[in-house]
Design a protein around this ligand. Structure first.
Ligand code: AMP
Ligand code: MG
Length: 337
């Protein structure tokens, strides 16, 4: 298949491809998504094929505004509208009870569906023009780091999908926060661009799913099926070092073998002159770190490194999402200093 290169001038073409059952790589503020018409079972099945995604890992439905929720969801709690008012359009996915119009292939047979209203202007325009809900997971090959630039999408999906729309680098850089509103208290299933603190400001108490902070044991079933897979992983194994940034940098400098890859905060790059280094951003700027995390993980696949060390921020704010992605990339191989 010849994958078409589209730009933000080509909104109508992207929308037409989606409506007619094709697959399009779409920029969002979180990561690039691999979109299809969420009401077209065959088109949605092609997403799983293109990504090599396990069939039991459901997709998120993307809509242009909260007004569309009732088309696809039932028994919608007031909290959904309160969250939408506060954080939509934006990097927040809500798990709600689904209506029968949503095909099983989207939800992997669950009786719930993930709903999101993205803020990226190009994505929003495509959703408006397509006039169908767009089912989309992240646009990476399953298991690889999520794409945060159009170039990443080309790396994984060239020849496998109909088109990729270049909307520039993603401004958040990690996937949406997933909150399950079918339980009381609401449960955080995946940390992301909307922080736990922001959710608590609207909802009060929020439960945090154990899959957010630790490896699931054999036989344990996380509520977001995607959280059970090894994820975001570069080809070389990753060791995460947490704790005070200066101490973690010194620990890595003392233990890294020559030729190991290093992911570090900007301030500490001079310690690692002889290594392949990816800078996450300043130790004090988690927004910048979130924007760089997936690009950093992808970078090493283009190098000969056989082992990667990564500094990791603390878990407050968007640090919870960054540390979750790093820890998953590391298979929860974490050293605390
Ligand atoms: P991705 O955006 O590629 O990370 O994929 C969507 C994520 O949303 C996956 O990790 C799924 O497990 C999660 N998800 C989608 N729908 C549901 C649902 N109904 N219940 C729980 N998690 C969901
Ligand atoms: Mg994904």
């Amino acid at each position: 298949m010849n994958t078409k290169r589209l730009t933000e001038q080509d909104i109508d073409e992207a929308a037409a491809i989606l409506r007619e059952g094709g697959l399009v790589g779409i920029p969002t503020e979180t990561v690039y998504g691999l979109g299809a018409n969420g009401l077209n079972e065959e088109a949605v099945a092609h997403i799983f094929e293109a990504k090599g995604r396990p069939q039991d890992n459901p997709l998120i439905l993307h809509i242009p505004s909260a007004d569309h929720l009732e088309r696809y969801c039932k028994e919608i709690p007031l909290t959904a509208y309160q969250l939408a008012e506060a954080y939509w359009p934006g990097p927040l996915t809500m798990i709600l009870k689904r209506k029968p119009i949503v095909p099983d292939v989207v939800t992997a047979g669950l009786d719930t569906v993930g709903m999101r209203c993205p803020s990226h202007p190009v994505c929003h325009a495509i959703l408006e023009a397509a006039d169908v809900p767009v089912a989309a997971p992240s646009g990476n090959t399953s298991g690889r780091p999520s794409p945060t630039t159009a170039a990443h999408m080309w790396e994984d999906m060239d020849g496998k999908i109909d088109a990729i729309v270049d909307g520039g680098p993603c401004s958040v850089g990690v996937e949406s926060t997933i909150i399950d509103l079918t339980e009381t208290p609401a449960r955080l299933l995946r940390p992301g661009g909307i922080t736990l603190e922001q959710l608590e400001a609207v909802l009060g108490e929020v439960a945090v799913d154990p899959a957010v902070t630790r490896l699931m044991g054999a036989g344990e079933k996380p509520k977001a099926p995607g959280m059970k897979y090894r994820h975001y992983a570069p080809k070389a194994p990753v060791t995460v070092v947490t704790g005070d940034p200066k101490k973690s940098a010194e620990y890595i400098a003392a233990h890294a073998a020559p030729g190991d890859g290093i992911i570090c905060f900007d301030e500490f790059a001079p310690l690692f002159g002889s290594h392949y280094v990816e800078q996450l951003g300043p130790a004090g700027d988690k927004g910048e770190q979130a924007r760089h995390i997936f690009d950093a993980l992808r970078f090493f696949d283009h190098t000969p490194v056989t082992s990667i060390w990564a500094q990791c921020p603390d878990a407050s704010g968007i640090g919870l999402a960054i540390s979750n992605r790093l820890n998953k990339a590391a298979g929860f191989h974490i050293i605390e200093v």
